[in-house]
Design a protein around this ligand. Sequence first.
Ligand SMILES: Nc1ncnc2c1ncn2[C@@H]1O[C@H](COP(=O)(O)OP(=O)(O)OP(=O)(O)O)[C@@H](O)[C@H]1O
Ligand SMILES: [Mg+2]
Length: 550
Amino acid sequence: MSHLTSTSEQQVTTAIAHLGNFSPSSDATRAADPLSLDPAIKASISVLVVDDDRTLREGCASVLQVEGYNVATAGRGDDALEQIKRKKFDLILVDLYMTPVSGMDILKAALQANKNTLVVLMTGNPSVTSSVEALRAGGWDYLAKPFAAAHLQVLVGRAAHAIMVARETSVIRDQLLKSHGNSDKITLLGISPAFRHAVELARKVAATDASVMLVGESGTGKEVIAQFIHRHSRRASRKMVPINCAALPEPLLESEMFGHRKGAFTGADRDKPGLLETANGGTLFLDELTELTHPLQAKLLRVLQDGVVRRVGSEQQDAVVDVRFISATNRDPQEAVTARVLREDLFYRLRVVPIKLPPLRNRPEDIELLATHFLSHYWGRHRQRGATPPVLTAAAMGLLRTRTWRGNVRELQNVIEHLVVLAEPGQPIRPEDVPVVDDGVAAAPEGALPASIMNEAYHLAKDTLIAHFERAYLGRLVARASGNMSRAARLASIDRTTLYRLMEKHNFKRPDAPDVEMPIAAQMEPIVPQPPVANREASLTSGWIESGLL
Ligand SMILES: Nc1ncnc2c1ncn2[C@@H]1O[C@H](COP(=O)(O)OP(=O)(O)OP(=O)(O)O)[C@@H](O)[C@H]1O
Ligand SMILES: [Mg+2]
């Protein structure tokens, strides 16, 4: 295949002659090409080609003019900067290595002049580092020189499609703003610095098409953040399509993702597009990425590199897609690369912007806000309108704050829903009402300590912390033992006198029920932990902020 290089006019001419042979625009597959753009749309797209190499610059320009785009060129960086100041370009193709004004300088100036401009960096010296750096700086894609005219045609086709979708999203957003006074966005709850940092990063990256990798334990909110990014992106008018890479065996997942041709396997009685094609113009959410098998990783990498999709059982490239990728994993992806579970090239391509979601136990200040929100949400869902919602007592909230929450926000959500289902209208919810879901014994990590404790005098800090630990431990022990004192003492490996002394110290009420072991379902009177107000304030509440919305 011929390439657009800096070497000869002849190659460019040959490359242009090859355009008609590219399969996505051939008759056999035209119907499947989701990027087929109206000539009027192409004519409305302004492109600037910047390269100090005349052959390449003019070669590119004529390929794109033949395609029907509105093309301008610049042979020098300063000329490009002038043109960018004067006119709004939808797409800029720029050589990365130019002097004295480099491609990166032009990228920055272009995004400053118009943040919606898509900038493609062309480089004769591609490396993973320089390409990821270009994408992180806001570049839309990069193009390794030399490249075939057909490759340029596909890349610009994808960019043009993305520009069209962005225009469509902007119109819909304006209409929504006019009709509702607000656009339809996801609300994320959290005030802790670690969570806010993740949301800020999500907000920033939403405006670009950069691939995002979300890393966090199960239930930390990876999928909500993915939706947040999609809804705040220029692709919001299109779908976000989720794929769970762990949910299906390889052959089914392959056909689900890439689609299949009629007769590809038993039962394939018609051509079927895959989710990659369904996500065209929108976002593909690759959940549990590290579960993807190696053959599918290789196939996915090809789509990421040039947008071309080949359906199962197909001999040709069936479609070119314009998709933004967001992936998620609860494993350490770097470790997955080291263990050769995840291909390194795919990892770099998907992790242009990594976002880490902190576990809930490391952000106890978010628990009250989330719990209160879920309480009113589920009360509204499960109860009659007008019924007074129950209230979480300070002691119950204290217990919630000290939990390990291995299932993170999802576990908290389930616990609150459980409480709502059983609660009486207007009644207080006490610690003993809180079900024990996670019976793990993991100690609270250092990150879960109230920050203010660490700034107090040593002995005071230590006493406060020990009191905090004792109350948390007792609360949990009481719940684990379901109010049975003998059982509680045995679970904690302490004698009952020590247990009673501790309970007295922290104002835990002893149950009236006879102190004999019963089957859990039959135990009706659990112990009620009642932390004294003064202590509670010193140890539990200080350093934890009340509530807030992002
Ligand atoms: N900050 C938040 N504000 C409001 N709701 C949240 C927040 N974080 C998580 N949730 C809710 O918690 C639940 C779990 O979140 P989500 O499904 O996004 O987690 P996840 O990280 O994708 O988990 P998994 O790894 O198990 O798929 C969802 O119902 C979500 O709406
Ligand atoms: Mg998820």
